[in-house]
Design a protein around this ligand. Structure first.
Ligand SMILES: Cc1cc2nc3c(=O)[nH]c(=O)nc-3n(C[C@H](O)[C@H](O)[C@H](O)COP(=O)(O)O)c2cc1C
Length: 327
C-alpha cells in the first residue's frame, strides 16, 4: 500500500504507533519500525533530555528503520525543558516528531531547521487547520473514541475524518478506535492516508507493560471506558476501574467547583505503578473504546501483517465484489 503517509515517512505500511506515556519505550517503537510501521518513543516518559537521548540510542540499536519521538505539550505551569528535548531528538538523528497537546507553533522553527517532519495530533478540524498553517507536514486526527485526551468537542471519527478530508491539504491519519484491517480500509475510505493506533499496540507481546494491563484490555468491552476531568476541560478517556469510579464520584460531589488537587491522588504520577507493576487500581490510565475490538496479544509483526492482509482482502474481495455484484 502506497499513501501520502508511507511516502512522507518512508515507511512500508500506513500504520503509526502513537506516543503513549510509559508504553512508548524503545522496545515498542523498534518493534513497530521493524514491522514496517512508524514506531514512536514517548519523549516525556524520559524524565530528562539526557535520558531521552539514551532511549533514542537504544531504539537505534534495535532497528535501522525510521522511528519518531512524541513531544506532548502539557497544559501545565511547570513546563518541561522542551528546547533541550528537541536538541536530544535532533542530535539523536531522529527525523520525525509527533506533537500533541498544545500547538507546537513556538517550536516549529527549531524542528523545521533540523529537517524534522512534524505530525501534530489534533481532536478538531480547526486545530488541524492551525497545524497546517504553521507548517506541520501531516496531522493525526483523533476522534472522540480515542484513548487519552479526546478534546471537548466530542465528534466521532465517522464525522471528523471526512470533515478533515474536505478541509485539509496536508495528509492525515485516522486516530482513535483503530484496531484492524477494517479500521484501515474505513480510514482510507473516509479520506485518511493511514491510521494511528494507541490502545491496540498495548496488547502486543513487545509492549513493555505488565501482563495484567494487557489481560485487562483483552477482557474489557467497548462499554468499559470512562471520561474524567470534563469539568477541568482536560477530558481524558480511561479504563473503567476503581480509581476512575472514585474520580467520577469526587467530580459528582464537587460539580463545577472541582479542582485538580481533588483528584490528584488518582491521576498524577500513577503510570509506573499501573503499567510497570500491574497494580490496575493504583490510578487511572488512558484507554480507548477500541478495547471492545481487542481479543488477543499478538506480536507487533503478527498484528501489522494481519492488518495489512485483512485490509487488502477487504479491498479486493468485499469492495471490488460489491462493484462486481452491481455490474
Ligand atoms: C496508555 C496511553 C497513554 C497515552 N499517552 C499519550 C501521550 O503521552 N502523548 C500523546 O500525545 N498521546 C498519548 N496517548 C494517545 C495515543 O497516542 C493515541 O492518540 C490514542 O491512543 C489513539 O486512540 P486509540 O487508543 O483508540 O487507538 C496515550 C494513549 C494511551 C492508551
Amino acid at each position: 500500500m502506497k499513501t501520502r503517509i508511507t511516502e512522507l515517512f518512508e515507511i512500508e505500511h500506513p500504520i503509526i504507533q502513537g506516543g503513549m506515556h510509559y508504553v512508548g519505550f524503545a522496545e515498542l517503537a523498534a518493534a513497530v519500525a521493524n514491522a514496517g510501521g512508524l514506531g514512536i518513543i514517548t519523549g516525556l516518559t524520559q524524565k530528562t533530555p539526557e535520558l531521552l537521548a539514551r532511549e533514542i540510542a537504544r531504539c537505534r540499536d534495535m532497528t535501522d528503520q525510521p522511528f519518531g519521538v512524541n513531544l506532548t505539550f502539557l497544559p501545565s505551569l511547570a513546563s518541561p525543558p522542551y528546547p533541550e528535548y528537541i536538541a536530544a531528538i535532533v542530535e539523536g538523528g531522529v527525523r520525525i516528531v509527533e506533537t500533541a497537546g498544545r500547538s507546537p507553533e513556538k517550536y516549529m522553527p527549531a524542528l523545521k531547521a533540523a529537517g524534522i517532519k512534524v505530525i501534530h495530533k489534533c481532536t478538531s478540524v480547526r486545530h488541524s487547520l492551525t497545524a497546517q498553517r504553521i507548517g506541520c507536514d501531516a496531522v493525526s486526527v483523533d476522534g472522540f473514541e480515542c484513548g487519552g485526551h479526546p478534546g471537548e468537542d466530542d465528534v466521532p471519527n465517522m464525522i471528523l475524518l471526512p470533515r478533515a478530508a474536505d478541509a485539509l491539504k496536508i495528509p492525515f491519519v485516522a486516530s482513535g478506535g483503530m484496531a484492524d484491517g477494517r479500521s484501515l480500509v474505513a480510514a482510507l475510505a473516509l479520506g485518511a492516508a493511514g491510521m494511528n493506533m494507541g490502545t491496540r499496540f498495548i496488547a502486543t507481546k513487545e509492549a513493555p507493560v505488565h501482563d495484567n494491563v494487557k489481560q485487562a484490555i483483552v477482557a474489557a468491552s467497548e462499554l468499559d471506558t470512562r471520561l474524567i476531568m470534563r469539568a477541568l476541560r482536560n477530558t481524558e478517556r480511561v479504563l473503567k476501574n476503581a480509581a476512575a469510579e472514585r474520580v467520577l464520584e469526587i467530580e459528582r460531589q464537587k460539580g463545577a467547583a472541582v479542582v485538580f488537587d481533588d483528584i490528584r491522588e488518582q491521576v498524577a504520577g500513577v503510570y509506573p505503578r499501573i503499567l510497570r507493576e500491574g497494580i490496575l487500581d493504583a490510578g487511572v490510565f488512558s484507554c480507548g473504546m477500541v478495547i471492545g475490538l481487542i481479543e488477543d496479544i499478538p506480536s507487533v509483526k503478527e498484528l501489522i501483517d494481519r492488518i495489512m492482509a485483512q485490509a487488502e482482502g477487504l479491498i479486493r474481495e468485499r469492495l471490488m465484489g460489491v462493484l462486481g455484484a452491481a455490474a
